[in-house]
Design a protein around this ligand. Structure first.
Ligand code: PLP
Length: 436
């Protein structure tokens, strides 16, 4: 018998009293109440709604409440809601088959995890066991998850209070707009970033390095599209020094880049591929490692020293089957590619022409960043107060944004329509006029 607006108050009250939030000081948090959603929209109990251009944490690639995924979960819940990982289960096998069918041909096995962090954790473990080496190289501009080795592989500030795992070394990847290498062209950035990586490998001692772990397109760090030749160059260096390549496709995989896997757009075949988020749009938590035949063979006779109670959880697996089938049947990945090229790219270019607060726009598919600056010449990032103004204004205009540092990440679900992109561009246009 609650009034609808009282439900929103109640949600806020319970949240403030009992819910401990991620990555935050707990006092004074004012989270948005989200009670429901459909497609690219979410709403609270009282009827306020927002166009979701965040995909939550860049994971609802198929949009909210896709009926095929919901019914796949229902059907599996009626049949068997949970089962131990050591069993054989049809939903798990079907999910694994669908994933490896999208992967390179010499990758035929999947180790399922609960999410992206533990996917990276286990990929790192496999790389260390396979090579007999210890060190993991990863970039400063990265996020790999919030567990032992994954958080220490992460480059951003979240690593520093958690730096208890050993064997991690960081390097700078390419980022032409804020080049660490004084580069002035993508080709130069690529060449110099590779030279830097090779020097790090040589200086660390190549025979101590198990793997280079990198997001194919660094996501949280700013949607940093790799320049021509970079990823092919990383593969070449890895091969030259006997090092494995792990691509973290947790955020950029399963449609986000406009391809099933982001690495398909670059000349690189990884040894291990980690995924989560878009594989089933987070309807039930799931992630995993896609393992090359060569690495999988290590564990034909030797025990793999790792496991999880919920590895291959049937509800998560059913959600993967439902999501991947619907994405294929409805051309959802193709939609992401088309809309990126035909609607988001021109829309953002037009905004960049108009707003002096925009330093750069970059991206592909439904994976874009608008980098905001206080000064276009110096490229000084727009300060936090300006970003907060933009965020508040976007919410008031009915758009749920993804704001990270001095950037707005334009990351709608892969099902987004031309009309929804136009609506979002109008909201960004209005909000950006506050900070020009
Ligand atoms: N890797 C990347 C590239 C991510 O973006 C994330 C999450 O944002 C993770 C790993 C961690 O995934 P999870 O939060 O599911 O553990």
């Amino acid at each position: 018998d609650w009034e609808l607006s009282e439900l929103d108050d109640r949600a806020r009250e319970l949240d403030a009293a009992h819910v401990f939030h991620s990555w935050s000081a707990q006092a004074g948090l004012k989270p948005l109440v989200i009670a429901g959603g459909s497609g690219c929209r979410v709403w609270d109990h009282s009827g306020a709604s927002w166009l979701d251009f965040s995909s939550q944490l860049v994971n609802t690639n198929i949009g909210h409440q896709h009926p095929s995924v919901i019914s796949a979960i229902h059907e599996q819940a009626d049949l068997l809601a949970t089962v131990a990982p050591a069993t054989a289960n049809l939903a798990r096998g079907e999910a694994a088959r669908r994933i490896v069918e999208r992967a390179p041909s010499r990758h035929n096995k999947v180790f399922f995890t609960n999410g992206g962090a533990d996917a990276n954790e286990n990929a790192i473990r496999m790389a260390r066991l396979h090579t007999g080496r210890d060190k993991i190289l990863s970039t400063y501009r990265s996020y790999h998850g919030n567990t032992g080795a994954a958080i220490v592989s992460t480059g951003d500030w979240r690593r520093i209070p958690n730096e208890f795992a050993r064997g991690h070394v960081h390097f700078f990847g390419p980022y032409l707009y804020r080049s660490e290498f004084w580069a002035t062209s993508p080709e130069q950035e690529s060449e110099r970033a590779l030279r830097h990586l090779e020097r790090v490998i040589q200086s660390e001692g190549p025979t101590t390095i198990a793997a280079i772990l990198l997001e194919t397109i660094p996501g949280t760090a700013g949607v940093l599209i790799p320049p021509p030749g970079y990823l092919a160059g990383v593969r070449e260096l890895a091969d030259r020094y006997g090092i494995l390549v792990i691509t973290d496709e947790v955020m950029c995989g399963f449609g986000r880049s406009g391809r099933w896997f982001a690495f398909e757009g670059y000349d690189l075949v990884p040894d291990l591929i980690t995924f989560a988020k878009g594989v089933n749009s987070g309807y039930v938590p799931a992630g995993g490692v896609i393992i090359s035949d060569e690495i999988a063979a290590d564990f034909d006779e030797n025990v793999f020293p790792g496991g999880l109670t919920y590895s291959g959880h049937p509800l998560a697996m059913a959600a993967i089957c439902g999501a991947l089938d619907a994405m294929a049947a409805e051309g959802i990945v193709e939609n992401a590619r088309r809309i990126g090229a035909e609607a988001i790219a021109p829309g953002l270019t037009e905004l960049a022409d108009k707003h002096t607060a925009i330093g750069e726009v970059r991206g592909e598919g439904v994976f874009w960043a608008i980098e905001l600056v206080a000064d276009r010449e110096t490229r000084e990032p727009l300060p936090a107060a300006g970003m907060a103004r933009v965020k508040t204004d976007l919410l008031a205009r009915g758009l749920l944004p993804f704001v990270q540092d001095n950037r707005i990440h334009v990351v709608p679900p892969c099902i987004v329509t031309d009309d929804e992109v136009a609506e979002a561009m109008a909201a960004y246009d209005g909000a950006l006029s506050l900070v020009d």
